[in-house]
Write a protein that binds this ligand. Structure first.
Ligand SMILES: C[S@@+](CC[C@H](N)C(=O)[O-])C[C@H]1O[C@@H](n2cnc3c(N)ncnc32)[C@H](O)[C@@H]1O
Length: 391
């Protein structure tokens, strides 16, 4: 669905959201940046991710891989089928996709399986978890294209709700973890400080103070180092919590995570002075989280070392970390450059596909997204997506 340019005719920010944040600051004083970001993105009525609007895609604020071309979903489906085979072809094989957005990835996975791998399709059960009710309605409409009665598809209110099913299969997400709210920290004189926000003289003002929670110090203690002196950095405490929760509801199978990020040593390297927090509005990046309140996305890169560590504590062994470019290449994306690869393509379809392939593996763009595969109780199967090696 395409947003109209005059969707927000006069407002460049969401005034109700701003009022709610100011009210909270009036009651509590300064709040950690994490709380500000959580409200800006996820306030239940006025947050960026709560309001009815298409955010991902060429007509939204940012482009994600499923929005580029169905070839992305078909290669992910190929990888899922191999996981299913490595597990001995269980019935059902449940895919839980959290943060499913417009539903395109689900549509393309089910679509590929239905056409190319009927036995796998037979075994597939697809669960979606999405906070935005408006997106859920769109997903329902879209998924009828590949499963008219929605017999294979259902929606769950939260990750915890999967516990009742005790999932055998794969937890899948694309750009979910980089949208979780983050604490922002700064290292001064070897000490960790946290960034807080308050409302003063008609604007949001930042200040540094001791960390709001000992979990921040613990986080770096586990890593064994702090960000460099003078550096500002983000800490996503919810991402490792998410992996722990997934590890405890997954009975047997895999966790396949696509997200922007780095191993901790690279994310918190001393040359990275200003962290990775970025905002997006209609494809324009900005570093100002206080602009266009509730109208712009905010995102920060994921620390994959902490994800791996957290998984290990809950029975998830890392099978490997690679880049999206390598992952897709290893699964055969180059075949998409051949006109005959998918039956006879029209010249227009063929060129669209070529452009998509380049975009999806571009090492300066979507291709640099990391792909982490973790596994529980399935041994050490060889997975094609990891054969291209480390990122
Ligand atoms: C950056 S978008 C990515 C959407 C989609 N995966 C894609 O690649 O196009 C993040 C999505 O995660 C959803 N989301 C964020 N936090 C969530 C949570 N705790 N549970 C379920 N969905 C969540 C948002 O509403 C949004 O649809």
């Amino acid at each position: 669905m395409r947003p109209s340019d005059d969707e927000f005719p006069s407002a460049t920010e969401n005034e109700e959201l701003k009022a709610a944040i100011r009210e909270r600051m009036a009651a509590e004083g300064r709040i950690p940046f994490r709380q500000f970001m959580a409200m800006a993105l996820y306030h239940p009525q006025h947050g960026y991710y709560a309001t009815p609007r298409q955010r991902m895609g060429r007509h939204g604020d940012y482009l994600t891989s499923p929005e580029v071309h169905p070839i992305f979903g078909s290669l992910v489906a190929k990888q899922l089928r191999q996981m299913w085979q490595a597990m001995g072809e269980p019935q059902p094989f449940t895919v839980v996709e959290m943060g499913a957005g417009s539903g395109l990835l689900a549509r393309d996975i089910l679509g590929w399986a239905g056409k190319r791998a009927p036995e796998f399709f037979q075994a597939l059960e697809y669960r979606l978890i999405e906070v935005n009710e408006w997106l859920v309605e769109n997903q329902r409409r879209l998924l009828r294209q590949v499963d008219a009665s929605l017999a294979k598809v259902s929606w769950l209110p939260s990750l915890e709700a999967t516990a009742a099913e005790s999932v055998s299969g794969c937890f899948l997400s694309n750009e979910l973890l980089d949208s979780f709210p983050v604490h922002r920290v700064v290292v001064r004189d070897g000490q960790l400080h946290e960034l807080y926000v308050e409302w003063q003289e008609d604007r949001f003002v930042e200040s540094l103070a001791p960390p709001s929670t000992p979990l921040l110090q613990d986080y770096f203690h586990r890593l064994g180092f702090l960000p460099g002196e003078g550096c500002s950095a983000e800490v996503n405490l919810e991402a490792p919590e998410w992996v722990r929760a997934v590890g405890s509801v997954l009975r047997r199978g895999f966790v396949l995570t696509f997200d922007y990020g780095y191993p901790a040593a690279e994310l918190y390297a001393s040359w990275r002075k200003d962290g990775t927090l970025l905002c997006f509005y209609r494809h324009n990046p900005s570093t100002d989280p206080y602009a266009r309140l509730g109208r712009q996305d905010m995102t920060s890169h994921v620390d994959f070392t902490s994800l791996v560590q957290a998984g290990q504590e809950h029975g998830l062994e890392s099978l490997g970390l690679t880049s999206q470019g390598r992952f897709l290449a290893a699964l055969g994306i180059a075949a998409g450059l051949e006109r005959q690869a998918d039956g006879e393509l029209s010249l227009e379809e063929y060129y669209a596909r070529r452009r998509a392939v380049t975009e999806l593996i571009d090492p300066a763009g979507l291709g640099r997204i990391k792909v982490l595969i973790q596994a529980k109780d399935v041994g050490q199967p060889k997975l094609s997506g990891l054969e291209g090696g480390e990122p």
